[in-house]
Design a binder for this molecule. Structure first.
Ligand code: FAD
Length: 388
């Protein structure tokens, strides 16, 4: 049985079947909708008005999908749900994460996680609408791109010193700030929001920014209150279900995968909870194998992409510090550039690429192989990463 009909849950079901599991297989999904892909929601769907993109129906062949069924408690061998109790022999938690709200939020602002959220937001992004986005992270930047593209007057309020500072560090994040101005978007960093409602935000200190559309884009966190008393341990720091590198939780027969899982990474000796499409796609291979009695290890260099202001960003690996060790190309040029992080031994640990996809493919291999690179050669954008 799988809890959650997002990418990780559906891929787990598909992998169980692909590996020969022929028994009963149920996917319980709180959302009352056909499973769909989330990344397009903040991109083509908002900007170009495309449809919601369904997940591959083949992945659900032979699967009993139950949309609109929410799990309310987990006990050995059974789950309580909004549709009664159901028994399980093996259970995979793929419950994703939900948007965080600021303490001063009245809950009236838009968030963007589900297709329903995206429909609501898209209908509000009309030309001339004053749009205030709180948070210049991945989602905030993509919503700003779409809103500007739809002719809205967009302001982004970011509490940190730069966009994407949490993910990329302040120095690399700052290199994206100019993109906002170029698109006619007002970016205010160091802007701490104290209160927030559907008509605007109140800033800490003083002042208020009125708006027609307010979007709260300050990140997501798993909502797992329903695991209380189950014996499945949750990581207080990240809010994710604690799992080992094979996806096993603290409760026998229960695994977790995707945005809701805080996995152990032997590669780094750290616990990692990612919110990346790539992990929801690929980790289910290992989780399904584990459930069927052949535990493997899922421990890749994390990978995420984003489309912002006409640019394609990709980030792979981990940062070893606030600033990159190497700038590869000119961040002010329109031709693409990258920034790399090396550890004390000169091994590549992380790479940000802007419109340089080949760098990322090669960097991922170098990171996973713990290869030492020559910083001087890496700084030359004409030298392939694999040859640096
Ligand atoms: P989810 O997709 O959140 O699915 C979990 C499902 O479980 C949900 O349907 C939820 O309703 C259901 N559920 C929760 N609790 C219960 C319960 N108790 N009972 C039953 N069902 C339950 N990543 C990238 O790498 N690149 C991108 O460009 C990118 N863009 C994104 C854009 C948007 C708008 C969003 C929202 C995310 C984006 N992501 C991106 C992140 C990526 O989509 C997620 O990492 C991925 O979808 C996670 O999949 P998941 O199955 O773990 O969780």
């Amino acid at each position: 049985m799988v809890v959650g009909g997002g990418l990780a849950g559906v891929r787990t079901a598909a992998e169980l079947r692909a590996r020969g599991y022929a028994g009963a297989l149920t996917v319980l999904s709180a959302e009352d909708a056909e499973p769909y892909d989330r990344p397009p929601l903040s991109k083509q769907f908002l900007l170009a008005g495309t449809d919601v993109v369904s997940l591959d129906r083949q992945w659900l062949a032979g699967v009993d999908l139950r949309p609109g069924v929410t799990v309310t408690a987990v006990r050995p061998g059974l789950v309580r749900t909004s549709a009664g109790e159901l028994e399980w022999d093996g259970l995979v938690l793929a419950a994703g994460a939900q948007p965080r709200r600021l303490p001063g939020s009245d809950g009236g602002a838009h968030v963007l996680r589900t297709a329903a959220d995206a429909y609501r937001l898209r209908s509000a992004l009309v030309p001339g609408a004053r749009v205030v986005i709180v948070g210049a992270g991945w989602i905030g930047a993509e919503v700003a791109t779409a809103a500007a593209g739809r002719g809205c007057a967009v302001t982004v309020l970011e509490a940190g010193v730069a966009p994407l500072a949490a993910a990329l560090g302040p120095a690399a994040g700052a290199r994206t700030a100019g993109w906002y101005a170029e698109a006619g978007v007002t970016l205010r960093t160091g802007a701490a929001v104290a209160t927030l409602d559907s008509r605007g935000v109140g800033l800490a200190g003083a002042g208020r920014v009125d708006a027609d559309v307010v979007v709260e884009a300050i990140g997501v966190r798993p909502q797992l209150d329903w695991l209380a008393g189950s014996g499945v341990e949750v990581d207080p720091a990240s809010g994710g279900v604690l799992v080992d590198e094979a996806g096993r939780t603290s409760m026998p027969g229960v695994l977790a995968v995707g945005d809701c899982a805080a996995r152990w990474s032997p590669r780094t000796g750290r616990r990692v909870r990612t919110e990346h499409w790539d992990d929801a796609l690929r980790a289910p291979e290992v989780v399904a194998a584990t459930l069927l009695g052949s535990p493997g290890t899922y421990d890749p260099a994390p990978y995420v992409w984003s489309e912002q202001f006409g640019r394609y960003l990709q980030w792979v690996g981990w940062r070893t510090g606030g600033s990159p060790s190497v700038w590869r190309g000119d961040p002010d040029a329109r031709t693409g550039w990258a920034a790399a992080w090396l550890d004390g031994q000169g091994r590549l640990t992380g790479l940000l690429a802007v419109d340089r996809p080949r760098d990322v493919v090669q960097a991922r291999r170098a990171i996973e192989a713990a290869r030492v690179l020559d910083a001087e050669r890496l700084a030359d954008p004409d030298v392939p990463v694999r040859s640096a």
